[in-house]
Design a protein around this ligand. Structure first.
Ligand code: PXP
Length: 252
């Protein structure tokens, strides 16, 4: 079954709304793990708009599952990652003016800058993942840069307005997973996934992990982080069961 990476950035977003010390994303990580999270994901942005250096250090010391750091390829952030040694580093594009990560990293265009970063991170024992759109050239370029994994941008499907557009986006993801596996890459997925839209994506064979943030944090505001994570895990399990029974709905 695909694992669940819980992105806890937006717990820190709430804290930063008052520049205070609560809620603590480190507590959120503990609660997410108690709810069954397989991985804790955070994004240390250059502008430190939510997660800060103190959070990153404490998360490294306390996360008992897998710690995944989303990061830009900026030299200062790469230095922090090399010191921190998360289990996995996911390279993402980053723009100051964006609300959240917009689209995938352009590995094709930036490969000369990206490949040395991947090499350094891997040499430090950090697994590397490229957050990319499910395009064949981006997948091939990620393999050429030496990444261990790719995280396919799922927002194309999540934002699709019609059933036809959703099906096309799911087919694209399906082909992306297949191509990634052919390149011997581990394939993750994420961005824009919610309790309502996750199942068809989770029924695509070959995904190892999904990183989900906003929707889980939003639900946690009402039911608590532990219960919110448990519910998302249950949806992933249901998708897995449907797959095993051969009654998947993904691209029927
Ligand atoms: N994966 C990556 C690479 C991301 O940048 C984000 C957002 O930080 C997520 C997954 C989670 O997206 P969402 O908050 O929409 O679930």
């Amino acid at each position: 079954m695909a694992g669940l990476g819980v992105n806890i950035d937006h717990i820190a977003t709430i804290r930063q709304a008052r520049l205070t010390d609560e809620p603590d994303p480190v507590w959120a990580a503990v609660e997410a793990e108690l709810g069954g999270a397989d991985c804790i994901t955070f994004h240390l942005r250059e502008d430190r708009r939510h997660i800060n250096d103190r959070d990153a250090t404490l998360l490294r010391q306390t996360v008992a599952t897998k710690l995944n750091m989303e990061m830009a390829i900026a030299p200062g952030i790469v230095r922090i990652a090399l010191n921190l040694k998360p289990d996995q580093a996911t390279l993402v594009p980053e723009k100051r003016e964006e609300l959240t990560t917009e689209g995938g990293l352009n590995v094709v265009k930036l490969r000369r800058r990206i490949a040395p970063v991947v090499k350094k991170l891997r040499a430090a024992g950090i697994e590397t993942s490229a957050f990319i759109e499910p395009e064949p050239d981006q997948i091939a370029a990620s393999a050429e840069c030496g990444f261990d994994a790719i995280e396919l941008w799922t927002a194309g499907y999540c934002d699709a307005k019609t059933t036809k557009a959703q099906i096309l986006a799911l087919e694209k993801l399906d082909r992306g997973v297949e191509l990634g596996l052919e390149h011997e890459l581990i394939v993750h997925g994420g961005h824009g996934l919610t309790y309502r839209n996750v199942q068809p994506v989770a029924e695509i064979v070959g995904f190892s992990e999904f990183n989900i943030g906003h929707s889980i944090v939003a639900r946690a505001a009402f039911v608590g982080m532990r219960a919110a994570v448990r519910e998302m895990k249950r949806l992933l399990e249901m998708a897995e069961n449907r797959l095993m029974l051969g009654i998947g709905t993904a691209t029927e």
